[in-house]
Structure formats: structure tokens, C-alpha cells
Design a binder for this molecule. Structure first.
Ligand SMILES: [Zn+2]
Length: 321
């Protein structure tokens, strides 16, 4: 009898340990959403109604899970034949009226690593006017900048020039810790919607949620490896159909892992965000990895990062990641 008791006790201890590893208390994460008003909206749009419906859906899900998300705007998408379209700008008001913050993601989503400095600088500045106008009406100010493609500069001079310029204009940079290829899933999902292929839509979602959980798990571990604790994470998502339809599943998975949703402003109170960042690589990567590289971490530190499965890439028509 005593022996059975001991076995039960050992199993219990193991079980508690296991549950704790998977759902640690006090985890926090900020949701950031890029390419507003909507990913599938190119230069303006003639029929804004479907995008309005997608936006309504997406914002309702953020509200339901009390996720104080921030949206990063490409103001160029509001313009049709170089004229600002009021119905497009109204999509942004929906975010603000629902209590969400907006930041600048540049006017035309230019790649800082590919265009001359003046061109990129102008793209940042032209991105401001519409957002600032909307914020001003509500007594708010423009606080955050998110780099397109997370490209912060591929040489030290460029990186420092942009950082100083953004600080000078009153921006805080919006880093990403949980980087991922949600955008590949979203593209595959968009094609499945267009094809009216419900079975494929479901297949994509059934892979999306576990994939995102693996990414979270990976960056939780990377944070512990580098910092000794789990940082207040910042997740990168996009304004797309996939999240409008399924953010609830994503939120429930995160809640199960013990996450509480916080604003990017609160996430940045984590002292880790002041870590040295001398990364000048070409790729837009997680800030956890930028700090790791700045500290001289090598190959083995980064191993095991989950990738989107081949069938998803294929459906999205993408052969890289
Ligand atoms: Zn973007």
C-alpha cells in the first residue's frame, strides 16, 4: 500500500510539474496587428464594404478576449488615384472607436534595406498625417512605429540614423518577440476563401493554431535561455481574414498557456527591451534573437525554430520563409 502511495505521489508531482511547464502563471503578451486597414487592400479599394465586415469581425474578437491590440497603418492603402477615400479612412476610425491604438507602419510599406534613406524617411513622414488627424480628434498622440518587414537597418550607420530620426519624431519602436509566418497561413487562407474551398480553409486553421503554439513555446524558451525569465511578449499578427475568422481560437490557446493580454505600452515596461541591439543583419527577426546575436550567441542558440509546413507554403504559393 505504501508503495502504491509513493507511486501516486511521484505521478502527481510529475503531473503538476508538467502542467506548470505548459501553463505558467503570469505570462503576458501584447497583440500587434500590421498592414492596416487590411492586408488584402492594395492601393485603395473600390468596394470597402467587405473589408468593413472583416474589420468588424476582427475587432469584436479582440474585444471579446480583452486584448488591447495596436494596429499599424499603411496610410497609402487609403488612397485611390492619389486621393484619400473617406470610407477607407473610416476603417481606421473603427479601431479607435473600439478603443484600440494605432501606430505608423509607413505610408507605402517601403523596404528600408532597399531604398535610399531620404525615400524611406519621406515614407515614414507621409504615413503620419491621416493617423495623426484621427488621433488628434480623440485627444491622443501618435506613439509607436513598426518597421515594415522588421527591417531596422542593414548597416550600423543606417540603423543609427533611422533610430535617431524616429526618436526625434517622438516615436517608440514597436519590437516583435514572437515572430512567425502567420502571413503565409493568411495568404493560403485567402486563396481558399476565393476558391470557396471550406475543407481547405479548415485544414489551414487546424494547422495554424498548433503552429502558433509551437512558436510561442519556442520564444518562451528562447527568452528563458537568454534572459533567465519569460519576457512580456509581443506577438506580430496582420489584419487579415484568417485572424478575423479565428483569433478566438488563437486567444483560447494563449489563455490556456496562462497568458494575459496587455498593451504594447505595458509590455515595453519589461526591462529586457532596453537590451543592447547591434543587429545589422538583413532579415527581420525577433528582438530576442537580435539581443542574443548582440551578445555573441551562435548557431546552436537559435536551433529548433518551428517553420510553416510545406503544404501551407504550397497553398500560399510561397517557396521561402
Ligand atoms: Zn507590414
Amino acid at each position: 500500500v505504501k508503495r502504491n502511495f509513493e507511486i501516486v505521489l511521484i505521478l502527481l508531482v510529475l503531473l503538476i510539474g508538467f502542467v506548470q511547464i505548459d501553463a505558467e502563471e503570469g505570462r503576458q503578451i501584447a497583440i500587434t496587428v500590421d498592414d492596416l486597414p487590411f492586408v488584402t487592400m492594395g492601393g485603395g479599394t473600390k468596394d470597402v464594404e467587405p473589408i468593413k465586415q472583416w474589420t468588424t469581425k476582427l475587432l469584436a474578437k479582440f474585444k471579446k478576449y480583452r486584448a488591447p491590440a495596436i494596429g499599424f497603418v499603411n496610410a497609402g492603402k487609403l488612397f485611390l488615384d492619389s486621393k484619400e477615400v473617406a470610407q477607407n479612412t473610416a476603417l481606421l476610425s473603427m479601431w479607435l472607436d473600439a478603443g484600440f491604438e494605432l501606430g505608423n507602419h509607413s505610408f507605402g510599406h517601403k523596404d528600408f534595406h532597399r531604398v535610399p534613406w531620404q525615400e524611406f524617411r519621406d515614407d515614414v513622414v507621409s504615413g503620419e498625417r491621416v493617423i495623426m488627424g484621427l488621433l488628434k480628434q480623440r485627444g491622443q498622440t501618435l506613439r509607436f512605429f513598426r518597421h515594415p518587414l522588421l527591417h531596422t537597418g542593414n548597416n550600423m550607420e543606417k540603423k543609427n540614423t533611422l533610430a535617431a530620426f524616429l526618436a526625434d519624431r517622438g516615436y517608440r519602436v514597436a519590437p516583435v518577440t514572437v515572430d512567425n509566418s502567420e502571413w503565409i497561413y493568411a495568404r493560403a487562407y485567402h486563396y481558399a476563401i476565393e476558391a470557396g474551398n471550406k475543407k481547405q480553409m479548415k485544414q489551414i486553421v487546424d494547422s495554424y493554431i498548433p503552429y502558433m503554439e509551437q512558436k510561442l513555446q519556442y520564444f518562451e524558451n528562447q527568452s528563458k535561455l537568454l534572459l533567465g525569465y519569460e519576457i512580456k511578449q509581443i506577438l506580430l499578427l496582420h489584419a487579415n481574414e484568417l485572424n478575423a475568422d479565428h483569433f478566438d481560437k488563437l486567444a483560447e490557446m494563449m489563455e490556456k498557456r496562462g497568458y494575459e493580454f496587455i498593451s504594447i505600452y505595458d509590455a515595453l515596461k519589461d526591462k529586457a527591451y532596453t537590451s543592447k541591439d547591434s543587429y545589422i543583419g538583413n532579415a527581420g527577426i525577433s528582438w530576442i534573437h537580435r539581443w542574443a546575436l548582440s551578445q555573441g550567441e551562435k548557431g546552436s542558440f537559435f536551433k529548433g525554430e518551428p517553420e510553416a509546413p510545406e503544404f501551407i507554403k504550397k497553398l500560399a504559393g510561397i517557396n521561402y520563409e
